[in-house]
Design a protein around this ligand. Structure first.
Ligand code: PRX
Length: 638
């Protein structure tokens, strides 16, 4: 069994142990898993190269650690509860044995289609059980899953599939989301016109809507499953073989295929799940994220199932059919741990207290948040109205690249403080550095958040581009992993995440690169240039503000052009990337070397006029135009 910390002194002791002897610390935890062959060396690392190897030469399959390891004791225990979008439709449950059987069958299907170890399988599915089954089936046969959030556009899907050179695409006819139906097959068809590597498309029937099926290429999931073999032996993987890639936005260029490997990710996802949420046998755990993001990978599927937990997967949205859906689910399934985003909390808070106050939710013991900073008002509302003042909140800071939670309270063990992620988990060594890379020690300090020692769950590379991995994470401050976040350490040594300090914005907990949005805007024939920044937003945390230079735009067509730009971004990336506001400007503030001075653009949308030194601008007069324009859009017009 994975060691569980149960007291504050226990945490301090484990943390000290992990500093003094990280190799011994992690190998003790890793030994609790089922390895086909033990590792020869626990850790080799070099952050300069960069190269990190955990559990060298160890052989295993992660699904044997989910299924074979648990079947004897937990075969009849519920592994997965699926709650549909529409509460009138029956929920579905899978025991460990049932899920094992489905995963085996689908693993056999993939093998029969010629999928081999190391092949990439793209998954573009709504939150239905087949998504969980498909990802675990890939892991069973050593295929690398690349899950693409079902809200992404055809172009975004094609771009990811091309980068990964995926061989198979798994999708559905459509997906339900609130009162909307998302035409996933249609979008997939459009994506397939732009991607060459996909040989077969497997289609799950969810909505029953009419879809086009290409006779040679497309096959129904249910047809394939009818004749599937019952057993698929697990592929024996090296600890450092790739388990999955997951695309995320960076500050420049196209999305990055963050690459996670098998052994280290397994150990880290399971250890952090058990300790942060203080999961106890028979608890019912509900993470309301989407499996299209890392939170769903690590804390709906891998972490909980590795720990033998019962995990809930929810297809819908918190406000459908009414804004009490989460609370209903919590009561219906007697949920013990609930994990969601600050954006969801703020959106539900805005609906008023009556929706939540009528639910007792006595089963709840732990609440969690992830993905973005939580403001104090939302924290208190969550604590008082959802947790009824008796559930600790774990504000968990981590990233797609970290694989699992890095800085967070352990529920009920580390005293919480609103808006603070508090302390690092055992094995995690955060450091704060100034802009010159000097480490800043002591309390009440602020700076760039870096990690100075490897942990098992860290990403090992970016798919097909190790140099970019080095550039993105290990070159800003040589010898350290740079997170891209700003952080403060207070008088108690607690960490508070201040948000991204690079050109990444965090909209409703979704990470978006400003460059990607600008590229989409710039494709419009009337747009010469654009600059996108994050602006404070009461619900989404950050909204998207776009400054657009469109010199040939007819004067009376501002609203039409705004609409068509918003639509273009939704089409080229996703509706989540739609600008909230577009300001047409005659130019952007630029330095002599032609770089846009983004600092000024950010200050304007924060309502500040303290622009600092602007003497290096070639066009300082533009600042006044931009400020005036912002005022007009946001203050005068309201
Ligand atoms: O800025 C931090 C923010 O989300 C970023 C990582 O985004 P992504 O890779 O999409 O993963 C999100 C889910 C793990 C971080 O660089 N972030 C994440 N958690 C928190 C947070 N900001 C503040 N507080 C958090 N708890």
């Amino acid at each position: 069994m994975i060691p569980k910390i149960s007291t504050l002194s226990g945490y301090l002791h484990e943390y000290q142990k992990s500093l003094a002897n990280p190799v011994g610390f992690w190998s003790n935890i890793a030994e609790t898993f089922y390895w086909r062959k033990p590792w020869t060396k626990t850790l080799e690392w070099d952050f300069k190269d960069p190269k990190v190897t955990w559990f060298k030469d160890g052989k295993l399959n992660i699904t044997e650690n989910i299924f074979e390891r648990h079947l004897f004791l937990r075969g009849n225990q519920t592994a997965l509860i699926w709650e549909p979008n529409n509460p009138d439709e029956a929920h579905r449950s899978y025991t460990y044995r049932e899920l094992y059987e489905e995963v085996n069958k689908f693993a056999g299907v993939l093998r029969s289609l010629g999928v081999q170890k190391g092949d990439r399988v793209a998954i573009y599915l709504p939150m239905i059980p087949e998504l969980a089954i498909a990802m675990l089936a890939c892991a069973r046969i050593g295929a690398i899953h690349s899950i693409v959030f079902a809200g992404f556009s055809a172009k975004a899907l094609a771009e990811r599939n091309n980068d990964a050179q995926a061989k198979i695409l798994i999708t559905a006819d459509g997906g339900y989301r609130g009162n909307k139906i998302i035409p996933l097959k249609e979008t997939s068809d459009e994506a397939l016109q732009m991607s060459q590597s996909i040989e077969k498309v497997i289609v799950v029937k969810r909505t029953g809507q009419d879809v086009n099926m290409d006779k040679k290429r497309d096959v129904w999931w249910h047809d394939l499953m009818k004749n599937a073999p019952q057993k698929a032996p697990a592929e024996i993987m090296d600890a450092e073989d790739t388990l999955f890639i997951l695309y995320t936005s960076g500050s420049t260029g196209k999305p990055k295929g963050v690459l996670h490997t098998t052994g280290g990710y397994m150990v880290y996802a399971a250890y952090t799940f058990k300790n942060v949420f203080q999961y106890r046998p028979n608890d019912i755990y509900f993470c309301a994220a989407d499996i299209g993001w890392i939170t769903g990978h690590s804390y709906i599927i891998y972490g909980p199932l590795l720990e033998g937990a019962t995990t809930i997967m929810f297809e819908g949205i918190p406000t459908y059919p009414q804004p009490d859906r989460y609370w209903q689910i919590i009561e219906k399934h007697q949920v013990n741990q609930f994990y969601t985003s600050p954006t969801a909390i703020r959106a539900l808070l805005a609906q008023g207290e009556t929706w939540v106050d009528k639910y007792e939710m006595n089963s709840l013991r732990v609440l969690g948040t992830v993905g973005e900073p939580i403001n104090e008002e939302a924290w208190h509302w969550y604590h008082d109205h959802v947790g009824k003042g008796r559930c600790p909140i774990v504000d968990t800071w981590w990233q797609t690249e970290t694989g699992g939670i890095m800085i967070s309270p352990l529920a009920g063990i580390i005293p919480t403080k609103p808006a603070y992620a508090t302390l690092p988990l055992p094995g995690i060594r955060p450091v704060i550095v100034d802009n010159d890379g000097n480490k800043i020690y002591g309390k009440n300090v602020e700076g760039n958040l870096c990690i100075e020692f490897p942990w098992p769950g860290m990403a090992r590379s970016l798919w097909g581009n190790h140099e970019r991995y080095k550039q993105a994470y290990f070159s800003t401050f040589p010898g350290l992993y740079f997170t891209g976040d700003g952080v403060k350490r207070d008088e108690d040594g607690y960490y508070r995440i201040l948000g991204r300090i690079d050109d990444v914005i965090n909209v409703s907990g979704h990470r978006l690169g400003t460059a990607e949005i600008e590229n989409a805007l710039n494709e419009h024939p009337l747009v010469a240039e654009s600059a996108v920044v994050g602006m404070p937003h009461p619900i989404k945390g950050q909204g998207i503000y776009a400054y657009v230079v469109a010199p040939d735009k007819p004067d009376n067509l501002d609203d039409e052009l705004r609409n068509s730009l918003v639509k273009a971004v939704a089409k080229l990336i996703s509706p989540i990337a739609k600008p909230d506001q577009i300001q047409f400007v005659s130019g952007l503030p630029k330095t002599r070397s032609g770089k846009i001075m983004r600092r000024i653009l950010r200050k304007i949308v924060e309502g500040s006029t303290d622009f600092g030194d602007t003497s290096t601008l070639t066009n300082p007069e533009i600042v006044e135009e931009l400020t005036e324009g912002y005022r007009k859009l946001n203050i005068d017009d309201k």
